[in-house]
Ligand binder design. Structure first.
Ligand code: PMP
Length: 465
């Protein structure tokens, strides 16, 4: 057997080997093998480069995670220093280490009031498994072990483990999994699809009211928690209409239901504040986070736990039979600390809130006149452009009377963007999604927009518009 540490193969070689041996996530293998996978080789700033030398502006920050951009030496150095001093030790069995403690302290500092306790994991999915186990354990400690139902939303995404798939509201994932009765789902606050005949504020109350209806249907004393993303990301960047979150919180308080804000995408500056909860005035009981915590340079996630929950677990919980080999991995925590220092010291979060975020929103909204564009949604540096069949009649692709299947035009546009325009965007159904690195400059936003406009025009031409 030969194992190479330096590679000298052609793109075709890599594609052949990849098809022979690698099963990628969320992939239709037959389709991918027919087309050939893209081999990404390096990245710098907001740019990625593939094995054919094509430079692509990364409008998605990897998978919504490379918040400080690619190529930051400080993160490499933080990892190297920590690997040299203590590459690994567990945090089980009455041990801890400095990077984990220091990171827990810093997270308590930057998260909303009262979220003072961190449980570490390696991925967003694991964080949400921890959320489920912690919530159920909490209600056991409260003497109400029957409070098991966790309510979440259609098209919410909370990860891919068995529990996280249940929590999420993705129909295709449910079909390949199964949905346990402990997990219940309500409709999403998707104004453009579900409420455009109403004022957004009125729709917000109606959409939040679906939570109350579900709580009453399940029985208030059976409901453990409600979980949602401040802005629903992978479901298509669904920005809740004004008043939605306030009403959701009122309902949770009324019935004593724990509130979980999944900050895996919205956290660490994406919406122009440290957390989406700051942007929308949410005061959660638990807050899972991942991605931007290390800017994706190394896997790490956390669940921040409010004093009112943690104190019960500490006082009455006994041993919490839960944890991972890599909970609080020292190298990952050291990278997270340095990443948070960069976000803070370079004023990146503030810049998204006051400068590049509003500029991005304004640039994206300028596309609203395009014949294919039905709605534009943006907060901070996350946004979506919804492509539609007929904007005047509010006809979506896939609706009765539309000439295209749902999602087909979105994929056409994405393929044009990546292959013909050098821009990485994502298509969720027919919504084109943006989530660039938070260090993107105004000039780079202009560049991103002109590439996207070109992709839109190519798509419109394909459709004969
Ligand atoms: N929650 C949210 C809101 C997410 O967007 C994601 C990932 N896209 C997850 C959880 C799962 O994170 P991971 O892929 O790290 O397991």
């Amino acid at each position: 057997m030969t194992i190479l540490s330096r590679f000298n193969r052609t793109t075709a070689d890599w594609q052949r080997l990849d098809a022979a041996h690698h099963l990628e996530p969320f992939t239709d293998y037959k389709e991918l093998h027919a087309e050939g996978v893209r081999v990404v080789t390096r990245a710098e700033g907001v740019w990625i480069e593939d094995s054919e030398g094509q430079r692509i502006l990364d409008g998605m920050a990897g998978l919504w995670c490379v918040n400080v951009g690619y190529g930051r030496r400080e993160l490499v150095e933080a990892a190297t220093a920590q690997m040299t001093q203590l590459p690994y030790y567990n945090t089980f069995f009455k041990s801890t280490h400095m990077p984990a403690v220091e990171l827990a302290r810093v997270l308590a500092d930057i998260t909303p009031e009262g979220l003072n306790h961190a449980f570490f994991n390696s991925s967003g999915s694991e964080a949400n498994d921890t959320v489920c186990r912690m919530i159920w354990h909490y209600w056991d400690c409260m003497g109400k072990p029957w409070r098991k139902t966790i309510i979440s939303r259609t098209n919410g995404y909370h990860g891919s483990t068995v529990a996280a798939t249940n929590l999420g509201g993705m129909r295709m994932m449910h079909k390949q999994n199964r949905v346990w009765p402990e997990f219940q789902h309500i409709e999403q606050p998707y104004w453009y699809h579900l409420g455009h005949d109403m004022e957004p504020e009125a729709f917000a109350l109606k959409a939040a009211g679906w939570l109350e209806e579900k709580i009453l249907e399940v029985g208030p004393d059976n409901v453990a928690a409600f979980i949602a993303e401040p802005i629903q990301g992978a479901g298509g960047v669904i920005v809740p209409p004004p008043g939605y979150w306030a009403e959701i919180q009122r309902i949770c308080h009324k019935y004593g239901v724990l509130l979980v804000a999944d900050e895996v995408i919205c956290g660490f500056g994406r919406t122009g504040n440290w957390f989406g909860s700051d942007t929308f005035g949410i005061a959660p009981d638990l807050m899972p986070m991942a991605k931007g915590m290390t800017s994706g340079y190394i896997p790490l996630s956390a669940v921040m736990v409010h004093d009112r929950v943690a104190e019960v677990l500490i006082d009455k919980g006994g041993e919490f039979f839960h944890g991972f080999t890599y909970s609080g991995h020292p190298v990952a925590c050291a990278v997270a600390l340095e990443n948070i220092r960069i976000l803070n010291d370079e004023g990146i979060v503030q810049q998204v809130g006051s400068d590049t975020g509003p500029y991005f929103e304004q640039s994206l909204k300028a596309l609203a006149d395009h014949p294919l564009v039905g709605e534009v949604r943006a907060v901070g540096l996350v946004g979506a452009v919804e492509l539609v069949e007929d904007k005047a009649r509010h006809l979506l692709f896939g609706d009765p009377g539309s000439s295209h299947k749902m999602g087909r035009v979105g994929f056409m546009c994405r393929d044009h963007a990546v292959k013909d325009c050098g821009l990485m965007v994502r298509a969720v159904r027919d919504a084109m999604i943006f989530s660039p690195p938070l260090v993107i400059t105004r000039a780079e936003i202009d560049d991103m927009m002109s590439r996207f406009k070109q992709a839109l025009d190519l798509t419109a031409a394909d459709l004969g518009r």
